[in-house]
Design a protein around this ligand. Structure first.
Ligand code: MLT
Length: 258
């Protein structure tokens, strides 16, 4: 298919029906608590944690960090520090106790960690990555690299699951909006599969021209804004600032841009 990802398929009724039948599927996992409802094997899973794990990893790799190793607990990050990694941990939207680095995208912008590997644990985002290890491919997506992820997904030969990291098992508005944005870009190529995907697309279409306003009512927006992080939220909602896609390779998220 050589049409633009935002265009609807053209052709006769039977051609379109054949195209729909043969199309790969795209589904949405709305929260880590629902991951057992999805079969990841053979699929590409895109982890979406707009605020802020996805955005931190995308920003860090775009500014020269050589890899992020997602780990479950702060103690694991400390273990990897003994193996040359910089330890980073976030809990409850702040740098975890005993750590100097968390998951603020701004802390990865200055090239300060260029050439270094970071062992990172966050409340939800790294947890979602670790729940996806049965997938054929795992990548990190957000508004910051949406187009780059779309290009990677167009090249992937199988089905896709957009995995929203949410907040402590709960649905999250900003991750679901971002998932809807991916579906809007890809729906001419993929069959939208399941009600969560249909709902994410509808939500995105309703708010695509007013993302910040829509997100400003979300619980994680309010949590981060109360800590003085409104500028970071605005940054995380910017589109296509970076053209890299973090891809999980041998336990580490590394940048891919081809
Ligand atoms: C997470 O992974 O839970 C988030 O990135 C939390 C945060 O915004 O600090």
């Amino acid at each position: 298919m050589d049409q633009h990802p935002w265009e609807e398929p053209q052709g006769s009724g039977s051609e379109i029906a054949f195209c729909l039948m043969s199309r790969r599927s795209i589904e949405v996992c709305l929260s880590p608590l629902l991951h057992g409802c999805h079969d990841f094997s053979g699929k590409c899973v895109v982890i979406i944690d707009v605020l802020r794990a996805s955005s931190a990893v995308i920003t860090g790799l775009s500014h020269g960090v050589s890899a992020f190793r997602p780990v479950a607990e702060p103690d694991d990050a400390m273990y990897w520090a003994t193996r040359g990694y910089i330890p980073a941990a976030e809990r409850g939207g702040q740098v975890a106790e005993g750590f100097r680095l968390g998951n603020s995208p701004f802390s990865y912008r200055e090239g300060r960690w260029a050439g270094q590997k970071i062992a990172l644990t966050t409340t939800n985002g790294t947890r979602a990555v670790l729940l996806s290890l049965s997938a054929e491919k795992v990548m990190i997506g957000g508004f910051l690299n949406q187009l780059a992820v779309v290009h990677q997904l167009l090249k992937f030969p199988g089905d896709v699951v957009l995995f929203c990291a949410g907040w402590k098992g709960q649905f999250s508005l900003e991750d679901t909006l971002c998932a809807g944005g991916f579906i809007a870009a890809l729906s001419g190529y993929f069959q939208v599969s399941g009600d969560p995907a249909v709902a994410a697309l509808a939500l995105y279409k309703q708010h695509e021209h007013g993302l910040e306003q829509a997100v400003s009512g979300s619980s994680h927006y309010l949590r981060l804004a109360s800590k003085g992080l409104a500028d970071e939220i605005a940054f995380c909602l910017k589109r296509d600032l970076f053209n890299i896609v973090p891809v999980l390779m041998e336990g580490e998220l590394v940048a891919r841009s081809d």
